[in-house]
Design a protein around this ligand. Structure first.
Ligand SMILES: *[C@@H]1O[C@H](CO)[C@@H](O)[C@H](O)[C@H]1NC(C)=O
Length: 577
């Protein structure tokens, strides 16, 4: 297994290097401009000559030729390689004697422009290994049958922000780059902003981000590629939810800056996780628009003993607050990942369904309902630091859940949305508490009974993160909500089961067949749009499965779980104080 993995990553690195050489070859052989990231001194030269400006003639908001701050590299590993000075001398010599005169010369300048244009064309067809297979995978509702199905997205001219956090995951990066290039081709190269955060990677991520930089410069795609050291020197002294929050907030920094300093607003933020086909992402954007959703997630599928199981159970909760099942991709309707009835029924029809929280796979966030309203990623703070001499903090049974930063983000979305509909809470003040309390008590009893027979609830593991503990759910009394959550305006958080995210080693063809069966010809894309919409929206659950990391220990620290009440009204009160 390890050998196979190593061999695979080796092949990938070789491929990446090959691609790098190929890029260089194009630019050397055609004696035109050349990718700048490998040899930094030239990027300024190239920009001075306005080569890229001549070929792109962009007059858009995100004009990388006009605004240098739109293509930024931070924290690059600038240490010299072996023979770096020899290579640098050779390159400078070649540049000064052959390339620069060719670019600037009156007779050759137009030829140069032409060759840059054709190289960009070539680059735009970059497909990666996995992405190349996307059009052949089965998808419900004929998603892949119409080449122009997503042209209307491009015609809207909206700006999209792509966020990627890389934590030693170089095996995805080239394919993710291919997906970005495909998106740039469909949505317009200056309608995207790419924010890549390399969090303390120890694999070949640093080299591959050089490659990404080169490609994005040539295509005129705005970006910030940033490398940061770990939060703690010893990775085991880290608190993972805090790291998650830190990484995502850093990856969002350009979004906030462009908003605050330039009033540039993005229509949607796309978080790329693992590998997702471009059409699935475009469709998820449509689902997001059709529902005015705050967040729409895909679904993660990890390979496990020859079949595929739903991953990211740590961060995903159905609309009843329950953990998704660790279902197989081929599971029968009564054992699909979402446990709530409506969700399960819609999942079985491949339709988007509402959830309490998700991060599974590539997900699309509406910044107007979140980041632009001041919501940032955060994590609990009263965890126990095993490396310090502090004593274990005493925690009340109803202390805030020390779970993933995404779970905090979801709760913030619910509370924030409820705040928009304050009227509802005023109305609710006259609500008969007693009656509701009685109902809740009954519901609580029913729910606990259900749990007793639900053996899957505490078992299994999250392949994206770490094993769950086997500690059973604490038997907490049902929460008493002063105002029921259902009286507040619901946050629109959805899972689009047609947007599949997979990891290295997954047979995409088999997974697609498992999930969707053979390609069905009956539905055109017109029928599809209606299928994106959800008609009924539920309120937040009264309680949820809180799966928490009580102590430091990095990504793989032990987790425990309990069922914890969730009262939007109380949360709002807490925030006002
Ligand atoms: C835990 O304590 C150690 C030693 O005091 C410190 O270096 C580390 O940053 C702390 N970790 C967290 C997540 O607070």
């Amino acid at each position: 297994m390890a050998v196979a993995l190593r061999r695979r990553s080796l092949t990938r690195i070789l491929f990446a290097l090959g691609l790098g050489c190929f890029l260089r070859l194009i630019f050397f052989s055609s004696s035109s401009s050349r990718t700048s990231s490998f040899y930094t001194p030239d990027s300024l030269d190239i920009q001075e000559q306005n080569v890229l400006e001549r070929v792109t003639r962009s007059d858009k908001t995100l004009n990388v030729q006009k605004h240098k701050f739109l293509q930024v590299r931070m924290g690059r590993d600038d240490r010299d390689d072996l023979l770096a000075d020899v290579i640098r001398n050779g390159v400078t010599d070649y540049w000064e004697r052959f390339q620069k005169p060719y670019i600037t010369g009156k007779e050759s300048a137009h030829m140069d422009t032409q060759s840059v244009l054709s190289s960009i064309d070539q680059l735009l067809s970059l497909n990666g290994w996995v992405a190349a297979a996307c059009p052949t995978l089965t998808r419900p509702f004929g998603q892949n049958k119409h080449e122009d199905a997503y042209d209307d997205l491009a015609q809207q001219g909206h700006l999209y922000y792509i966020g990627i956090v890389i934590h030693s995951a170089d095996h995805f990066l080239v394919d993710q780059l291919a997906v970005i290039v495909q998106m740039a081709k469909r949505l317009g190269t200056s309608n995207l902003f790419v924010s890549m955060l390399d969090y303390d990677s120890t694999d070949s991520t640093a080299t591959l981000t050089d490659l990404c930089e080169a490609v994005l410069i040539l295509l005129g795609v705005p970006f910030r590629i940033r490398r940061v050291p770990g939060m703690t020197e010893d990775p085991h002294a880290a608190y993972y939810p805090l790291e998650e929050a830190y990484m995502k907030n850093l990856a969002l920094e350009p979004l906030r800056e462009l908003f605050q300093k330039r009033a540039i607003k993005f229509h949607r933020v796309i978080w790329l996780k693992g590998f997702t086909c471009p059409n699935d992402i475009l469709e998820t954007i449509k689902v997001s628009e059709a529902n005015e959703a705050a967040m729409v997630c895909g679904m993660d599928w990890a390979e496990h003993n020859g079949f595929f199981i739903f991953s990211d159970r740590w961060r995903t909760r159905d609309i009843d607050g329950d953990q998704f099942r660790q279902s197989k991709s081929s599971s029968k309707p009564d054992a699909v990942p979402p446990r709530d009835k409506t969700g399960a029924a819609r999942y079985a029809q491949h339709l988007p369904f509402q959830v309490f929280c998700c991060e599974s796979g590539t997900h699309v966030v509406d910044p107007a309902q979140s980041y632009y309203q001041g919501i940032a990623y955060r994590a609990g703070t009263d965890y126990h630091n095993l490396s310090s001499s502090d004593s274990v903090p005493l925690r009340e049974p109803d202390a805030p859940c020390l779970d993933s930063s995404q779970a905090w983000f979801c709760r913030d979305l619910w509370v924030n949305k409820a705040g928009e509909g304050k009227k509802a809470s005023e109305l609710a003040d006259g609500f008969q508490r007693r009656k509701r309390d009685n109902i809740l008590e009954e519901e609580g009893v029913a729910r606990r009974k259900e749990q007793e027979v639900d053996y899957d609830a505490n078992a299994g593991s999250d392949y994206d993160a770490m094993p769950d503990s086997d500690v059973p759910l604490a038997d907490v009394p049902p929460p008493r909500l002063s105002i029921p959550n259902s009286l507040f305006r619901p946050a629109r958080i959805l899972v689009n089961p047609r947007c599949v995210t997979t990891y290295a080693g997954v047979s995409h063809t088999q997974l697609a067949l498992d999930l969707f069966g053979p390609q069905i010809d009956n539905d055109g894309i017109e029928g599809g749009v209606g299928k994106y919409m959800l008609e009924d929206w539920d309120g937040a659950p009264d309680s949820f499965v809180c799966q928490e990391q009580l102590q430091t220990g990095g990504r793989k620290a032990t987790k425990t779980q309990r069922r914890l009440g969730f009262s939007i009204h109380d949360e709002m009160d807490r925030r006002i104080v």
